[in-house]
Design a protein around this ligand. Structure first.
Ligand SMILES: Nc1ncnc2c1ncn2[C@@H]1O[C@H](COP(=O)(O)O)[C@@H](OP(=O)(O)O)[C@H]1O
Ligand SMILES: [Mg+2]
Length: 248
């Protein structure tokens, strides 16, 4: 197969990696062995296919050594072969994902987020549009295992309910899919955790920023990008102002 279009390639790459991950999950491993096998198998698929289809592009991956060539490159694929590794290792949970993004000369241009256990893929190639918000409390997606310290207080302040789940990509997609209205994270993450999801969320018309409302930047020297806010645009200022006051 050949792909002239980067958006279509991203979708195909995420699908190929997702198929591999489902196969690994059927292989009888458990716990850490399953996590490690998933990380390695998905990385191998993505690295091989990127080398074949885009040999001149740089890659930043959670599962590979950071090749500093990317810092001065014009095109960088930012990938997380398995986001929500913990949930991947807890079948039949479906809150884990494959992230494939492309960054070009300063910004994200393409993204695909596969949720293989759901059989779904979300992408900039086929953007969704988020329906108007229904009545009822604001729904805030948060990490199952590492929710930000301030999130209980935020929920109380704006009358929201918390919806815990695994994987940064799944949480961003929950806003895209109108399962939640906000995803806010702080305390730790890397560029690969949010790049593809953020590209998909932007294409769906959502607000994407650092948790305090400042702009997100990708392909920086240090890929540590510890906080994130993805939400319906009308909620962005309220949440960011609250978070800024708590994060100082
Ligand atoms: N405090 C922290 N420090 C580093 N990474 C974090 C983090 N909190 C969350 N993450 C990463 O963000 C992703 C989503 O986490 P969570 O499900 O808790 O929201 C996970 O990616 P991986 O599964 O790719 O490692 C996790 O490792
Ligand atoms: Mg991740």
């Amino acid at each position: 197969m050949t792909f002239a279009d980067d958006g279509a390639l991203a979708v195909w790459l995420a699908e190929q990696a997702g198929t591999e991950l489902l196969e690994v999950r059927r292989g009888g491993l458990e716990g850490k062995a399953l996590k490690d096998a998933g990380d390695a198998a998905s990385q191998a698929v993505l690295a091989r296919l990127l080398a074949e289809h885009r040999p001149d592009d740089a890659v930043l991956s959670e599962e590979a050594a950071d090749d500093r060539v990317r810092v001065s490159a014009e095109r960088v694929w930012i990938i997380d072969p398995l986001d929500g590794t913990r949930e991947f290792s807890e079948p039949p949970r479906d809150d884990w994902a494959v992230h494939v993004a492309l960054w070009e000369r300063g910004d994200l241009t393409v993204g695909a987020v596969a949720q293989p256990a759901l059989g779904e893929i979300f992408s900039t190639a086929s953007p969704l549009s988020v329906p108007p918000r229904r009545d009822g409390p604001v729904r805030i997606a948060v990490s199952r295992s590492r929710p930000p310290a301030f999130v209980g207080e935020l929920a109380e302040e704006i009358g929201a309910e918390l919806v815990p789940m695994g994987s940064a990509g799944v949480k961003v997609m929950s806003v895209v899919r109108d399962l939640t209205d906000v995803y806010v994270h702080a305390g730790g993450q890397y560029e690969w955790d949010s790049a593809a999801p953020v590209a998909v969320a932007r294409a769906a018309g959502l607000s994407t920023s650092r948790a305090d409302g400042s702009p997100l930047e990708y392909n920086r020297e240090n890929p540590w990008l510890p906080d994130l806010l993805v939400c319906r645009p009308e909620l962005a200022e309220t949440v960011a102002t609250f978070v800024a006051s708590r994060l100082g």
